[in-house]
Design a protein. Structure first.
Lengths: 113, 114
């Protein structure tokens, strides 16, 4: 069964600090992995997308890594800001009809001043 | 311009009622989805439509019936609403066949069944 697991479930960090979120998946055959940011009351918005051959990708202060061998990904937030408070969701796409997406449970990040 | 729009944003209704949620995308995508986000914030796919045809139908009660009049619309009709149907429902769209495509999500519809 295709699964995506994220850790930690939630974390609190001080403004200006860095943090790293983890994502492990068992989706097969793998197509791509995306990190989404979901602000409270809003729909998820894509931050990064990585295919099998990509190891790292950055989007501003967000840097995602992918190890397709161990089926692990991480999202690193540098110099956190209050606006980074949100849920971060790891989504893995399988090579199947409809590009079926499997969602992780998300990590809720709270940045405090 | 809103890429994926769904209405209403909030819906409060009594058990047993029938309700519909509408979704429209102006991105020219050929695939649309409905997701349910429960109280634990897990997003689970319910349906996927490609070019108006049902592609994915996860284990969802048959009280839920999606309808796609055209590629740009995917509406969700729910019969005989139950308390457990309370959740946030997200519509999304993407372009199939492009492995790098992303799914664009609507703002969500918060359904509360009382």
């Amino acid at each position: 069964k295709n699964q995506v697991e994220q850790s930690p479930q939630s974390l609190i960090i001080l403004e200006g600090k860095n943090c790293t979120l983890q994502c492990n998946y068992t989706v097969s055959p793998f197509s791509n992995l995306r990190w989404y940011k979901q602000d409270t009351g809003r729909g998820p918005v894509s931050l990064t997308i990585m295919t099998f051959s990509e190891n790292t990708k950055s989007n501003g202060r967000y840097t995602a890594t992918l190890d397709a061998d161990t089926k692990q990904s991480s999202l690193h937030i540098t110099a956190s800001q209050l606006s980074d408070s949100a849920s971060y969701i790891c989504v893995v796409s399988a090579q199947a009809a409809g590009n079926k997406l499997t969602f992780g449970g998300g990590t809720r990040v709270l940045v405090k001043p | 311009d809103t890429a994926v729009s769904q209405t209403p944003k909030y819906l409060v209704t009594q058990m047993g009622n029938d309700k519909s949620i509408k979704c429209e995308q102006n991105l020219g995508h050929d695939t649309m989805y409905w997701y349910k986000q429960d109280s634990k914030k897990f997003l689970k796919i319910m349906f996927s439509y490609n070019n108006k045809e049902l592609i994915i139908n996860e284990t969802v009660p048959n009280r839920f019936s999606p309808k796609s009049p055209d590629k740009a619309h995917l509406n969700l009709h729910i019969n005989s609403l139950e308390l457990g149907d309370s959740a946030v429902y997200f519509c999304a769209s993407s372009q199939e066949g492009n492995s790098n495509t992303e799914a664009f999500f609507g703002q969500g519809t918060r359904l509360t069944v009382v």
